[in-house]
Design a protein around this ligand. Structure first.
Ligand code: NI
Length: 220
C-alpha cells in the first residue's frame, strides 16, 4: 500500500516535471491530464510583490501533523512559516510548489543557516478524506525533511482554509473513479507572530521567493 502510494507520488512528480518542461502553463495540462484547475480567486493583482498590508490572512487552527500529533498555530509561532495548501493526489501544481519551497529552504540552509533554522515549511491538505496522517507522512518525505504535513477533520480543514482565504472544491472526474480538487495556489510567508508577511504566486520562482523572504524577514 505504501509502496503503491510512493509510486503514484513519484509518477505525479514526474508528470509535474514534464509539464514544467513543456512550460505551457496550466491550460495545457489541464486539458491533457484533466487535472484540477488552480484558482487565484480574489487576488488578481499583477503587482509584484503582491501588497499584503491590510489583508486579513491567517489565524488560529487545530490540526494533526504527519506524525499524528495534535498541533495549533501556537506550535509554529516564533518561526517564520512558508505555508502551502493543496492535496497529495494533485498531479502537477502541488508537487511543483512544494519543490519550490524545498529549494528555498535548501538554499537558506546553505547560505543563511541561522535564518533557515527559523523557517518552518507547512503543507496543509484541502482533501482530509484521502490525506490521512499516513498518506501525509509518505508525501512530505519526498520533499524536504523539515516539511510538516497537516491534516484534520473536515470542520478543522474548513476552518483553516477559511482563515487563510483558500478556495477548495471537490470535482468529480468522469474519466476516473476518483475525484480531484480545484484549489487556490499561494505560498504564504507568515511572521513569527503568525501575521502575513508575503504571498507568492505560481509565477514567483524559488530565486524570487528566496530574495523576498530574506528582505521581509531582515526587519524583524
Ligand atoms: Ni494542487
Amino acid at each position: 500500500m505504501i509502496a503503491e502510494t510512493k509510486k503514484r507520488i513519484l509518477r505525479t512528480l514526474a508528470l509535474g516535471v514534464v509539464a514544467l518542461a513543456v512550460g505551457a502553463g496550466t491550460a495545457w495540462y489541464q486539458t491533457k491530464f484533466k487535472q484540477a484547475r488552480v484558482t487565484q480567486q480574489g487576488m488578481s493583482s499583477s503587482e509584484r510583490p503582491l501588497p499584503v498590508a491590510g489583508l486579513k490572512i491567517g489565524g488560529p487552527f487545530s490540526l494533526t501533523d504527519h506524525t499524528g500529533k495534535a498541533v495549533s498555530e501556537k506550535d509554529y509561532a516564533g518561526q517564520y512559516q512558508l505555508i502551502y495548501f493543496g492535496f497529495t493526489y494533485c498531479p502537477a501544481i502541488c508537487p511543483t510548489e512544494l519543490q519550490k519551497i524545498s529549494r528555498v529552504v535548501k538554499a537558506l540552509e546553505k547560505n543563511e543557516p541561522a535564518l533557515a533554522e527559523q523557517v518552518q515549511p507547512l503543507f496543509i491538505t484541502v482533501d482530509p478524506k484521502r490525506d490521512t496522517v499516513e498518506v501525509m507522512k509518505d508525501y512530505v518525505s519526498l520533499f524536504h525533511p523539515k516539511l510538516v504535513g497537516l491534516t484534520g477533520t473536515r470542520p478543522q480543514i474548513d476552518f483553516v482554509t477559511k482563515a487563510y482565504r483558500i478556495f477548495a472544491r471537490k470535482v468529480e472526474d468522469p474519466d476516473q473513479h476518483d475525484y480531484t480538487m480545484d484549489h487556490s495556489s499561494y505560498i504564504y510567508l507568515m511572521g513569527k507572530d503568525n501575521t502575513l508577511l508575503g504571498i507568492y504566486r505560481m509565477d514567483d520562482d524559488a530565486d524570487y521567493i528566496y530574495d523576498d523572504l530574506i528582505k521581509r524577514t531582515s526587519v524583524g
